[in-house]
Design a protein around this ligand. Structure first.
Ligand code: 13P
Ligand code: SF4
Length: 312
């Protein structure tokens, strides 16, 4: 490895110590960031870790809504992220003022609002409970039976949860721009090459793709699935960063990146905004920092805490 890269890693670890920081990284981060992190996981695992940490600084390598969630559940900590512009197409698809206007216009329905964690603090504050892909089925099963459910913002995850639970929900029409790129044709082409391969897909994929999958699950559950699968070849239909974690944890498996029609490997441009250099700088300057007005934070915290309680 070039000395400059080694120096940078050492400098990051040194700063981490000086700041008493914990580095939390999502499964879609680049391999070099994952390898430096104290914990790598899915949105649910990361939310628990953020809440439980006793470090002074949470350095969140993921996208903005994830770092914001860390600040909401653990407000006394300094929360920084390498790139403030690391957004999410799902978050963008459901602006807070639009949801607020929709709920006002549909007041008589008395919706029980469930928000996928991929949304802003404003949207969280308007909801009854939050869910992640790892606990969405459990959360929907615990929703009051006598109220209609509005599920925001991911229509694909929502449709999958409806199929799993048999519970009807009204779905906000948001989507993840990465996961909707996978197609049946592109996956079938790989299956033709590896006829015995199993397919694991994220629930943000379209129904056509989910129907081809042997398992539909969160990124964390993909690790268990790949470790335990009774076959060597597994087609992994999610963002490319996942392959790094899977190859480390299931080294005996041939893990094949699910291709889209346009490229062999799907990168989330937001997740990939983070680099080792930016990670170093944010630990050095403790910027960019996540800050939230206290009333908004407190309103967004209630449905997140409900989620954490309901998914234990
Ligand atoms: P997970 O919670 O399954 O890691 O999903 C997060 C995400 O952003 C998927 O695109
Ligand atoms: Fe958002 Fe999709 Fe990127 Fe996940 S992969 S952070 S849902 S844009």
């Amino acid at each position: 490895m070039p000395t400059a890269a080694l120096d940078l890693k050492e400098a990051i670890l040194q700063l981490k110590k000086e700041r008493n920081a914990v580095i939390l990284a999502h499964n879609y981060q680049t391999g070099d960031i994952q390898d430096l992190a104290d914990y790598v996981g899915d949105s649910l695992g990361l939310a628990y870790k953020a809440k439980e940490t006793d470090a002074d600084v949470i350095c969140f390598c993921g996208v903005h809504f994830m770092a914001e969630t860390a600040k909401i559940v653990n407000p006394s900590k300094t929360v920084v992220l390498p790139d403030r512009d690391a957004g999410c197409s799902l978050e963008e698809s459901c602006p807070g003022p639009e949801l607020e206007a929709f709920l006002e216009a549909n007041k008589e329905k008395n919706y029980y609002v469930i928000a996928y964690i991929n949304c802003s603090a404003h949207v969280k504050a308007l909801c009854d409970v939050i869910c992640t892909s790892g606990n969405a089925v459990r959360i929907v099963e615990q929703a009051p039976a006598d109220r209609p459910i509005l599920f925001v913002p991911d229509a694909n995850l929502g449709a999958w949860v409806m199929q799993q639970t048999g519970r009807k929900m009204d779905l906000w029409q948001g989507s993840c721009y990465v996961h909707v790129e996978f197609t049946r044709d592109s996956i079938n082409q790989i299956k033709a090459e590896y006829p015995d391969a199993l397919v694991v897909a994220h629930p943000e994929c379209t129904e056509a793709v989910r129907l081809l999958a042997d398992e539909v699950c969160s990124t964390e559950k993909m690790v268990t699935f790949c470790k335990e699968a009774p076959v060597e070849n597994i087609i992994v239909v999610t963002e490319s960063g996942m392959l790094h974690r899977l190859r480390k944890e299931a080294p005996d498996k041939n893990l094949i990146a699910g291709p889209t029609d346009r490229c062999a490997c799907a990168d989330c441009r937001f997740m990939k905004m983070n680099t080792l250099e930016k990670l170093h700088d944010c630990l050095d300057k403790l910027e960019p920092r996540v800050e939230l007005p206290e009333d908004l934070r407190a309103r967004a915290e209630a449905p997140l805490l409900r989620m954490l309680e309901q998914s234990r």
